[in-house]
Design a protein around this ligand. Sequence first.
Ligand code: FMN
Length: 337
Amino acid sequence: MELKNRFIRSAIWEELADEKGHVTAELIKHYIELAQGGVSTIITGFSSIMEFDQPTNNMNGIYDDVFIDEYKGLTTIVHEYNTNIIMQIVHGGSKWGPSAVEHLITKTTPKEMNKKDIKEVVQAFGDAAFRVKEAGFDGVQLHVAHGFLLSMFLNPYYNRRKDDYGGSIENRAKIVFESYKSVRDVVGEEFPVLVKVNSEDFMDQGLTAEDSLYVCKALSEMGVDLIEVSGGSYSSREGEGPIRGNLDKKEKQAYFKEYAARIAEEVDVPVALVGGNRNMDIMEEILNQTNIEYFSLARPFICEPDIINRWINGDIASARCKSCDGCFGVRNGCQYI
Ligand SMILES: Cc1cc2nc3c(=O)[nH]c(=O)nc-3n(C[C@H](O)[C@H](O)[C@H](O)COP(=O)(O)O)c2cc1C
């Protein structure tokens, strides 16, 4: 896959699919706007690999072969603008989890998965990736971050299992490695397979930076093509989740940079940094001083879908995004700018 620049649109739940996850005219329009805006690669909003698991409303589906033709239409249009499009695939862990532990925020308790369930999820990741490739996407990204199912397995607070999927980080990561392998076996060596991972969970008994590094190194050795480094989840301490506000001070921007820089130093695959990238000088400094090679942005594209063209054309003022999170549920777009 070739990238025309170092900017990636990180995954954003668009809330534009229909209630079963099917493509709508609005979703296509949204992606055309983004593809026209200059970004090298768009990562879709998280897309559900099992029909019963839809952690949010109107999210994209990829749980059935019927989706293949619908997405072919989408990828064809995006490619007309010389832009890559990658689908992010997810199991939300909304009803199934590693252990029957009540979620700190949603207060729901998932069913503790048995080994048959784990096998089904691993298989569903592979099946979804097959559809992604058939539909003409440029790559697939496994969502291993933000407290969804795979990230929950990595987290010792939510994963209390006593079998070989719980305990040590090697065990907690087993379902991640199996899902990656299931995807790779189906799409082959040449098709880009990306992961979005948490650098740390930022909560008591969450995934630590050391354990995250172990997971990234192992995935790198297994042949993953790019690691996008994020962090946190709904369960994180106040202000330490993946989507942070208050980025006026430059020091607060690019908030996972130390973690991503360390990972980039220790793995053999490209690393993208996501979270609070707003200013060209800061990104350039990170590019020059670390091994981080790509910069993912999410919220800035909601109010400025053409931000990359603006930067390319010489207006390098910071993203206009105020990082206020008023956009949550992109259907309404940015209400403040
Ligand atoms: C409305 C909204 C929806 C999001 N949906 C997803 C998603 O589907 N998958 C994902 O990995 N991250 C999702 N994120 C997180 C972003 O990809 C990104 O990690 C985070 O917003 C930090 O980057 P930013 O500061 O550039 O916004 C979402 C963020 C927002 C604001």
